[in-house]
Design a protein. Structure first.
Lengths: 285, 398
C-alpha cells in the first residue's frame, strides 16, 4: 500500500492521478519518505510516504487512529522517527528537535490548543518570532535599549496578526481565558508570527462553530494566495477538506492509502472502505 | 544628634533608601533616588533616635538576615516561580556559595593554628571576589546537575537536587581537609569591618572620620548596607531579565513546554539558563551569609534552614513575583524569629505538661512553620503578591 522509499534527495515520483499545478520538476516543499514510528508494540506510522507541493493546501484525512497526528509529530520533530526521512525544502531534517525544524520554516499547531495560559494573547504572539535579541539573558540586562527597540517591532507585528485573525480585542487578556474557537485562531496566529514556509494544522476546525470555521478557512486561503504559505492540514470536516484542499492524502493504518484531487479521492472505493463502509456519509455527498 | 547616631542612620538609611526607591515608579531616575535617599535617611534617623539601642540592633540584624534570605528566595523564584523547575536542594547552592567565598577570602592558617583549622586552600582575596566565586561555583554545580536531569521530567530534577544537597552537606561534614569538616570554618572576614573599627585605608579621610564613632559592635549596621545593595542589584538585574523576551520564554516553558519548543525555543537550553542563573544567585546568598556569621559548618545547611524555609518564603510572598519573593523572606523570617519568642514564652507551660517538653521546644517552630505552609497552599496558593498579569513586556512600552 505504501510507496517505496525514493533515494533521499532524489525527486519524488509523481503518484497516480495528481492534478496539482506543480510541474514535475519542482521539488516538493515537504517530502515524507518511508516514516515509521512504533509505540511499544503498536506501529502508529508504517512506511508512510508522500510529498507536499510548494504553494499547495494539502489535506490529510483518514479514520481515527490512522496515524495522522503522529505523522505531524514526526515531521515537526516532536518525536523521532524509527525509520524514514523527512525533507524540508530539499534539506534533510529527520530527527532534528522541534525548535530547529521551526527555524527552518515549519510551524505546527496542536489538535488541542496549547496556549501559554497565564500569559496574555499579546505575549503568546510576541514569544514566537525567531532571532530575538532579548532572549539572551545579558541583553535585557546590559542592552535594554536594543531589546526595547526590537520589542516595539514585534509588538507592531503582533498587532497586525491580531487584526488579521480578528482577535485584537483580546490582546491583553490571558490566553487561557479565551474560548475554544479563539484558541484555534490563536494557534493560527502564532504560526503567522513565525513567517513560515509551511504550516501544519492539526484539525483547525475541531470544536469550532461553523461561522468561525468559515473564517478560519478564509484566512487559510488568503494566506496561501497572498503570502504563498503552504499548508498541510488534518481535518475531519469533509466538506471543508473537499472544498479547501487539493490534493488530499488519505492515511489508513499508518500508511498512505491514496492521494489525489478531492473529487478522485472521495469516490475511491478503498477510501470508503477505510472509513468503515460509509460511516462518513459526507464523502459520498 | 550625636555623631554615632548620624553614622548609624546613614548606614541604616541604605536599605530604606533602596526599599523606597523600588516602590516609587516616577521619572526621572535621579529625582526618584534623591527623594528615596532623603526618605530613607530620615526614617533611619527617626529609628536610630527613638528606638532603644538593643531593639535597634535586633531590627538591624533582622533586616540583614531577611535580606540574605531575600537573595536566596529570588534565586528560587527564577527557577520555580518563572520556569517551574522544582529545586528542593537549595541548600546545596547555599552551602557551595558560603564555603567557596569562605575559602576564597580566608588565609590558610599556618603553624599552631593549622592543627585547629584545616582547609584545602585560602586565597585571602577581597569580599567581592568571594561573592563572584561563590556565584560561579554554584552555577557550575547547577550546570553539572542540570545536564543529565533537566531533559527529564520535573520529578527527576527534584530527586536529583534533594540528593545532591545532602551529598554536598555530608562532604563538608566529613572532609576535614576541605573546609575543616565537622568543625566550623572560622575567621571568615567581614567586609568593610574597618568602617566599624580603625578606619579603612581605601576610603578618603572624611568618610573614615564620619564613621569613626562606630565600634566593632556596630558592624551589623555596615553589613546591612552591603547586603541591601547586593539584594537590590540582584533584584534589578532579575527584573530586567524577566520583563523581557528571556523571561517570556521561561514562562512559556513553564506553562506549556511542547508549545514553546514548537515555536522555536530550545526548551532544554532555557531550563538550563534558568537553573544556572537561579543557582548563581543562591550561591551569592550563601556568600553573604558566610561573611555575616563568620564561622560556618555543615550544620547551617540542613534541609530545614537551607531549603524548606526558603520555599515557604517564596510560596508565601508569591512565586512568579520578585517583590513577593523578597516580601516573603521578610515575613517568614519574622514569623520564624517570632516563633522563637513564642516557644520561650511557652516554656513554663510546656514544663508543666511534661518535664522533657521544653527541650523539644524548637520542634514546635517547625510545626508552626509547616502549618503556615499548609495554610498558604490551601487558602492563598498564589501568595501575598500574585504574579502580574503582564510580566514579560516592558512597562514603558505599553
Amino acid at each position: 500500500m505504501s510507496d517505496t522509499n525514493p533515494v533521499p534527495g532524489s525527486l519524488p515520483r509523481s503518484t497516480g492521478t495528481r492534478s496539482e499545478a506543480e510541474s514535475p520538476a519542482a521539488p516538493p516543499l515537504l517530502s515524507i519518505q518511508g516514516l515509521v514510528k512504533d509505540f511499544g508494540g503498536l506501529r502508529a506510522v508504517n512506511h508512510c510516504s508522500f510529498d507536499v507541493a510548494r504553494g499547495s493546501i494539502t489535506g490529510l484525512i483518514g479514520p481515527n487512529g490512522a496515524g495522522k497526528t503522529t505523522l505531524f509529530s514526526l515531521v515537526s520533530g516532536f518525536y523521532r522517527p524509527d525509520e524514514g526521512r523527512v525533507f524540508l525544502d530539499g534539506e534533510d531534517v529527520t530527527g532534528l528537535p522541534s525548535h530547529l525544524i521551526f527555524r527552518k520554516g515549519l510551524s505546527r499547531t496542536f489538535q488541542i490548543p496549547r496556549e501559554h495560559k497565564s500569559m496574555t494573547v499579546m505575549e503568546n504572539l510576541m514569544l514566537v518570532p525567531k532571532g530575538q535579541l532579548g532572549e539572551r539573558f545579558w541583553n535585557p540586562v546590559f542592552r535594554p535599549g536594543a531589546v526595547r527597540a526590537q520589542e516595539r517591532q514585534l509588538r507592531e507585528k503582533a498587532r497586525e496578526v491580531l487584526d488579521f485573525v480578528e482577535l485584537s480585542h483580546m490582546a491583553d487578556q490571558p490566553a487561557g481565558a479565551m474560548s475554544g474557537g479563539q484558541k484555534k485562531l490563536l494557534e493560527l496566529a502564532r504560526t503567522l508570527m513565525a513567517d513560515p514556509k509551511i504550516v501544519l494544522l492539526d484539525e483547525p476546525g475541531a470544536g469550532v462553530n461553523p461561522t468561525l470555521m468559515g473564517k478560519i478557512r478564509e484566512k487559510i486561503e488568503q494566506l496561501n494566495r497572498e503570502r504563498g504559505i503552504t499548508f498541510l492540514l488534518i481535518e475531519h470536516d469533509m466538506p471543508l477538506v473537499m472544498g479547501l484542499c487539493d490534493p488530499v492524502v488519505v492515511m489508513n493504518q499508518g500508511s498512505k492509502l491514496v492521494s489525489g484531487p478531492p473529487a478522485v479521492v472521495r469516490t475511491d472505493p478503498r477510501v470508503l472502505e477505510a472509513y468503515l463502509g460509509g460511516q462518513y456519509g459526507a464523502l459520498e455527498g | 544628634m550625636t555623631p554615632v547616631v548620624l553614622a548609624k542612620s546613614v548606614l541604616l538609611g541604605v536599605p530604606l533608601w533602596l526599599f523606597v526607591s523600588s516602590l516609587l515608579t516616577f521619572k526621572p531616575a535621579w529625582l526618584k533616588h534623591l527623594v528615596s535617599i532623603a526618605a530613607g535617611v530620615a526614617v533611619a534617623l527617626a529609628m536610630v533616635t527613638l528606638i532603644p539601642t538593643g531593639i535597634l540592633s535586633y531590627m538591624t540584624t533582622f533586616i540583614l538576615m531577611a535580606s540574605i534570605y531575600g537573595v536566596l528566595s529570588l534565586g528560587l523564584n527564577v527557577q520555580w516561580g518563572y520556569t517551574g523547575l522544582f529545586n528542593i536542594g537549595i541548600a546545596a547552592f547555599f552551602a557551595i556559595g558560603a564555603f567557596t567565598s569562605a575559602l576564597v577570602t580566608t588565609v590558610k592558617p599556618t603553624g599552631f593554628n593549622a592543627s585547629f583549622t584545616q582547609q584545602a586552600f585560602g586565597l585571602g582575596l577581597p569580599f567581592w571576589v568571594g561573592l563572584l566565586a561563590a556565584g560561579l561555583m554554584a552555577g557550575v554545580l547547577a550546570w553539572l546537575i542540570g545536564k543529565p536531569t533537566l531533559r527529564l521530567r520535573d520529578d527527576y530534577l527534584a530527586i536529583a537536587t534533594i540528593g545532591i544537597a545532602e551529598l554536598v552537606r555530608l562532604v563538608f561534614q566529613n572532609e576535614r581537609w576541605l573546609a575543616n569538616g565537622p568543625q566550623p570554618l572560622r575567621g571568615i572576614p567581614q567586609p568593610a569591618s574597618c568602617l566599624a573599627g580603625n578606619g579603612c585605608s581605601w576610603l578618603p579621610g572624611f568618610v573614615n572620620d564620619f564613621f569613626a564613632p562606630l565600634t566593632p559592635r556596630d558592624y551589623p549596621f555596615v553589613y546591612v548596607a552591603i547586603v541591601a545593595l547586593v539584594l537590590y542589584v540582584v533584584y534589578r538585574v532579575l527584573e530586567r531579565a524577566i520583563r523581557s523576551p528571556w523571561g517570556r520564554v521561561l514562562r512559556a516553558v513553564r506553562e506549556e513546554e511542547a508549545s514553546a519548543a514548537m515555536n522555536g525555543k530550545d526548551v532544554a537550553a532555557f531550563r538550563m539558563q534558568s537553573f544556572v542563573v537561579g543557582a548563581v544567585i543562591m550561591g551569592i546568598g550563601g556568600a553573604l551569609y558566610a561573611h555575616y556569621v563568620v564561622a560556618i559548618d555543615y550544620g547551617h545547611f540542613d534541609p530545614l534552614y537551607g531549603t524548606f524555609l526558603i520555599w515557604v518564603m517564596l510560596m508565601l510572598g508569591g512565586s512568579g513575583n520578585n517583590r513577593g519573593a523578597i516580601l516573603g523572606a521578610f515575613v517568614v523570617w519574622g514569623i520564624w524569629s517570632g516563633t522563637s519568642f513564642v516557644v520561650d514564652l511557652l516554656r513554663p507551660t510546656l514544663a508543666a505538661i511534661s518535664p522533657d517538653l521544653p527541650s523539644r521546644g524548637p520542634y514546635i517552630r517547625f510545626f508552626l512553620i509547616s502549618l503556615l505552609m499548609l495554610f498558604i497552599v490551601l487558602y492563598r496558593p498564589m501568595g501575598i503578591l500574585r504574579e502580574e498579569k503582564v510580566v514579560s513586556l516592558d512597562r514603558d512600552l505599553a
